[in-house]
Design a protein around this ligand. Structure first.
Ligand SMILES: [Zn+2]
Length: 412
């Protein structure tokens, strides 16, 4: 055995456990383990959990905030315009630098799996995809990075984007993205969705669309995507992020849509940080907060996950690429503070996200890839309450990070 984590607490199990790792895999999980390994870590009774997954992050745009001019109105249009000013000038090195810094922080915070969206349009052309594919290669040993080809500016309303999307898939993008709600007409929204399915089927890829990112109750791209998923027999291969408008539908219609989502076996990603600052900006009080129906969908058994989305960019001024923070925000914004609800929020950044990304060998049982965190507290609630980084971050059996928190009174 190459590495043993001793004295580890595990979710839904009593007592403390020893986790043995050989090569890049977990080989044993036992209460008593007499063997010794070349390297051993004492978890000291803290929780050990599989690595965190950030299933939606815009790594091509991240850290633009450091050099862009101030965002004055926070309108959707201004966020896009600010991005255009930089997107046209992106270089490979610039993307690798900005995105690399975000990945680094993410790993320090216990996330080693990322689904990264790359804009595909005639402004930045294929540079964002090329940049994130280069990033994927450069960080291969330390992180699993999936690249989503994402038509941020639309397809029908943005001529030339479709051809570039096809080229992005040829270059090696892993997932087909979509932005159908942003089209000008409902019929264009449906044509956009249909076109993305044709592309995904041609390259045998999964789909992850950004939907209804608006408090406008007339935005109805989620129900179309769910029906399309069922009709194309793409069950289990489609994710949807945001779905803000769902929170504004009347209960009868919302239920119909959520039942369709469930029947399509879709995964739903809530991006609560960004929704909180971008939605309802033109409302008078009370301001709508723009969070999709997280708790209701979770109760219905729909596969929910949550992710950072924007990071220090024109759309969002903050972001620590810290999935513990993302889960804790979700607990607040989605009113999930019961014992089981907090546990569920932790699933949203681990096992549910793994299901959405259809990751194999994810988990903490023998045979799984040894991608895990020794956390800084013994329970999920304490991990999310205290918000301390993991003590150790392990990927493929290799210890990547050892975080030590040093705080002390100088006088008291
Ligand atoms: Zn996003």
């Amino acid at each position: 055995m190459d590495l043993i984590l001793r004295n580890a607490r595990l979710r839904n199990r009593s007592g403390t456990w020893n986790i043995g790792i050989t090569g890049d895999s977990i080989t044993t999980v036992e209460e008593q383990l007499t063997e010794v390994a070349a390297e051993e870590i004492d978890a000291a009774g803290n929780l050990v959990a599989p690595t965190y997954i950030n299933g939606h992050i815009h790594l091509d745009k991240c850290n633009l905030r450091d050099k862009m001019r101030p965002n004055k109105t926070y309108s959707w249009d201004e966020c896009l315009t600010l991005t255009w000013e930089h997107k046209a000038q992106y270089t490979l090195e610039d993307i690798l630098d900005r995105a690399g810094r975000a990945i680094e922080v993410g790993i320090l915070n216990g996330t080693t799996i990322f689904r990264a969206f790359a804009d595909v349009d005639t402004i930045g052309k294929l540079r964002p995809v090329e940049g994130l594919l280069a990033l994927q290669e450069r960080w291969r040993d330390m992180a699993h990075v999936e690249v989503v080809a994402f038509p941020q500016e639309g397809l029908i309303r943005h001529p030339g984007a479709s051809e570039l999307m096809e080229e992005a898939m040829r270059l090696g993008a892993d997932v087909v993205g979509g932005m159908p709600w942003f089209e000008m007409l409902d019929e264009d929204m449906r044509a956009h969705t249909d076109w993305c399915f044709e592309l995904a089927k041609k390259y045998d890829k999964d789909i992850h669309m950004l939907l209804d990112e608006t408090v406008n109750p007339l935005s109805r791209s989620l129900e179309y995507l769910a029906v399309k998923t069922i009709r194309e027999n793409y069950h289990g291969r489609v994710s949807a992020s945001h779905c803000v408008a769902l929170s504004t539908y009347d209960e009868t219609h919302a239920r119909k849509v959520m039942e369709l989502v469930k029947a399509a076996d879709m995964s739903m990603c809530s991006n609560t940080h960004v929704n909180l600052v971008m939605q309802g900006v033109f409302d008078q009080e009370p301001l709508r907060r723009g969070i999709t129906r997280v708790k209701q969908m979770w109760q219905m058994g729909i596969n929910l996950f949550t992710a950072q989305d924007d990071y220090n960019d024109p759309f969002y001024p903050f972001g620590r690429n810290d999935q513990q923070e993302v889960a804790a925000y979700l607990c607040h914004t989605a009113h999930m503070t019961g014992v089981n609800e907090i546990e569920a929020a932790f699933d949203f950044i681990t096992s549910n996200a793994a299901r959405a990304l259809r990751l194999k060998d994810y988990g903490l049982v023998p045979g799984c890839q040894a991608d895990l965190n020794v956390l800084a507290a013994p329970t999920v609630r304490e991990v999310l309450r205290l918000q301390q980084p993991p003590g150790w971050v392990v990927r493929k059996g290799k210890v990547l990070v050892h975080n030590q928190l040093q705080r002390e009174f100088v006088n008291r």
